[in-house]
Design a protein around this ligand. Structure first.
Ligand code: 6R9
Length: 658
């Protein structure tokens, strides 16, 4: 796989075809330029116009942006709207009632469709049901569900009532779940009995029971359970309810609760460089505007499209580009329960063929694993399927290496479909830097240029612009409507993490980046201690805390190592409380610790390798030198200066892998 250097020498440029440009929502460089200039000339006017054109407000806003308490920006702050109304009722009113909103395909291939009318009715019935239980605007819910129409219903129903949801990825452990329940102050949980992925059933509800057993969850008065498999689950009579019983007998209309544009639609936890995951708080108005708008800009969404984003609703991509954006834009979308490799690695291609998908959005880690699988099994190669319905393909989650880009472009996109490589984050709410498919010439491995209204730049540690071609910190110089509002319950941490004083008011993304002579952005990865494993963010601190919580462990340091498949792999250096184990014993303890981390955080955090040492490389002031451990983890010899190290000999010991 290529390194950053080879990425930067990439010179191929793939221009959009004349046919694509001709039909595009934003067509040709002049149209893009005009939008950028409008944003530059009249920032408030630009965003105000878009917010009026793309959303319906129950109370129109009079002020676009309030910067008086920066960086706690307020957008459309005196306006009111309802997110679910904008996603559902609006579609009933504008002729989409009988249009399919969701094509759901289960793990075993069963297909269920819901029109906008169906979805509206289900959301209303469920919202009425939870309202009848006493839940109301301002309450917080935890959603811990598999990929399903029901998960979208749960999110939309909360939005309809002004209940702030926090979705926890179904792959997270009971411990992670409990921390989020406590931090967000949830009073309602919506979950399922089990989930089905790759031909296996995986329990969900038991994790709720475990979370309760850990304590701190007393504020939760109801647990609503979607019956996915009918598998046996423990039941707490006064507390637990089936989702179908909650909906039973409820009317299929429900008055949407109008909320202020700044009302928190959701809190989504993501890893930072220090401490516990941060609860990223998003707004209702600004967030939804950007979700709807980027569907039309980035994905060039048209009424006839069949759109498919393969993300899970537990991640931000599944929020913006499954639960909210596509519905607000009136799309028909595919929601998939399963995994890309079951029953075989042709599953994605088979589904595109079967549903005649036109827009396909996935992650580099999935692409890389499918490249490998199709090399091993030629009959699961995309060329074996009819993918002629596709007209646009996208990528998200981590930098896509040029080799994977070319494979995707050639074999999935048939050199016909533009690739939109979208750089954004949980905190940004939606796309930030990516090609406009009817405008931008594509360079494999570059996310290209910022969207209109997004003032992205690369600066040094004092906030000064760096010259083109020189790397630096990726920042966003002006606020944007879908931006993070705060860290739930911790405004100080929000300021410190994203608006450090030295940068003079710029949003610090936490990524290193470079810009080439054409002004194209090349993302180089995180500048902090955040790992990116299969497109999922993981704090080194989180994994370290999990390890030291094990009774055997005295100390632990975690670093990322480049990995062909997952982008980065977790490597842990561990000092045990007892003596350093011999090889046989080490293998056994490593296995135990890997399972421990899975239990504490979830399978994505499981270290690929664990090495044991008598101690860790530390400076004289006691700081662990992770920089050196990164070199050791790669199996390379440390050539950097180690003169500040207290114990240089440890590097040799840790360098000997098992
Ligand atoms: C949407 C999402 C955000 C981090 C981000 C960056 C990396 C995401 C990328 C990309 C290069 C892309 N990242 N997309 N790097 N090119 N197209 O993934 O959100 O989980 O918060 O991760 O992922 O490092 O800072 P999130």
């Amino acid at each position: 796989m290529s390194t950053i250097d080879s990425v930067l020498t990439e010179t191929r440029v793939f221009q959009p075809s004349a046919a694509f440009v001709q039909q595009a929502n934003i067509s040709g460089p002049a149209a893009y330029q005009a939008l950028c200039e409008e944003a530059e000339r009249d920032f408030d006017g630009f965003w105000g116009r878009l917010a009026r054109e793309h959303l319906q407000w129950s109370k129109p806003f009079t002020k676009v942006l309030d910067e008086s308490d920066a960086p706690f920006y307020k957008w459309f702050g005196d306006g009111e709207l309802n997110v679910s109304y904008n996603c559902l009722d609006v579609n009933l009113a504008n002729g989409n009632a009988d249009k399919v909103a969701i094509i759901f395909e289960s793990d075993d291939g069963t297909v269920t469709k819901a029109t906008y009318r169906d979805l509206h009715a289900r959301v209303c019935r469920f919202a009425n049901g939870i309202k009848a239980l006493g839940y109301k605007k301002g309450d917080r819910s935890i959603i811990y569900m598999p990929m399903s129409i029901e998960a979208v219903v749960a999110m939309q129903a909360c939005a309809r009532l002004g209940i702030t949801h926090s979705v926890v990825f179904g792959g997270f452990s009971a411990k992670s779940l409990q921390e989020r329940i406590v931090d967000v102050g949830a009073t309602l949980i919506i979950t399922a009995d089990e989930q089905v992925r790759g031909g296996k059933t995986i329990p969900l509800k038991p994790a709720i029971e475990e979370a309760f057993a850990m304590g701190g969850c007393d504020a939760v008065s109801k647990v609503i359970v979607y019956r996915r498999t009918g598998g046996a689950v423990a039941w707490n009579d006064g507390r637990d309810l089936w989702m179908h019983d909650v909906e039973q007998g409820q009317p299929d209309t429900c008055e949407p609760v109008q909320v202020n544009a700044e009302h928190p639609l959701f809190v989504l936890y993501t890893s930072g460089s220090t401490g516990k995951p941060k609860g990223v708080q998003h707004s209702s108005g600004g967030y939804l505007l950007w979700a709807a708008l980027t569907m039309k800009w980035t994905f060039d969404l048209k009424p006839k499209d069949v759109y498919w984003c393969t993300a899970d609703v537990g991640w931000v991509t599944g929020h913006t580009y499954i639960a909210y954006g596509p519905l607000a834009a009136g799309a028909t979308q595919i929601v998939f329960e399963g995994v890309p490799t079951y029953p075989n690695a042709g599953r994605f291609w088979e589904m595109i063929q079967k549903h005649r998908a036109t827009i396909f959005y996935t992650a580099p880690t999935a692409i890389r694993s499918l490249i490998k699988a199709s090399e091993a099994n030629p009959d699961q190669h995309p060329r074996k399927y009819d993918l002629s319905s596709l007209r646009l393909i996208g990528s998200v989650g981590e930098p896509i290496n040029p080799e994977a880009w070319m494979w995707y472009y050639t074999n999935v996109g048939a050199e016909r479909c533009p690739i939109v490589d979208t750089w954004w984050q949980t905190e940004t709410g939606g796309h930030m830097i990516n090609p406009l498919p009817g405008v931008t010439g594509l360079k494999p491995g570059s996310c290209t240029k910022p969207l209109p209204g997004i003032f992205a730049a690369i600066v040094d540690e004092t906030g000064g612009d760096v010259e083109l071609g020189k790397g630096g910190f990726l920042v966003i110089k002006r606020p944007w409507p879908a931006m993070i509002r705060t860290i739930w319950g911790d405004p100080e941490r929000f300021k410190k993490s994203y608006y450090p004083e030295e940068l003079g008011g710029y949003y610090l993304a936490g990524d290193g980046a470079n810009r080439d002579a054409d002004g194209y952005f090349w993302i180089m990865g995180r500048i902090d201690d955040v790992l990116n494993v299969s497109g999922h963010r993981l704090g080194t601190m989180e994994v370290e805390s999990a390890l030291v919580a094990n009774p055997l462990v005295a100390e632990a340091a975690v670093v990322g190592r480049p990995d062909d498949l997952t982008g980065e792999a977790v490597v842990a250096f561990v000092v045990l409380k007892g003596a350093r184990p011999d090889d046989a014993k080490a293998a056994e303890i490593a296995k135990e610790l890997r399972n421990w981390v899975t239990k504490e955080i979830g399978p994505i955090a499981k270290p690929k390798e664990i090495r044991f040492g008598d101690n860790l490389p530390k400076t004289r002031s006691g700081k662990i030198m992770r920089r050196l451990l990164r070199v050791v983890a790669k199996g390379e010899t440390v050539t950097q200066d180690v003169s500040t190290l207290e114990n240089p000999a440890i590097l040799e010991q840790l360098g000997k892998a098992l």
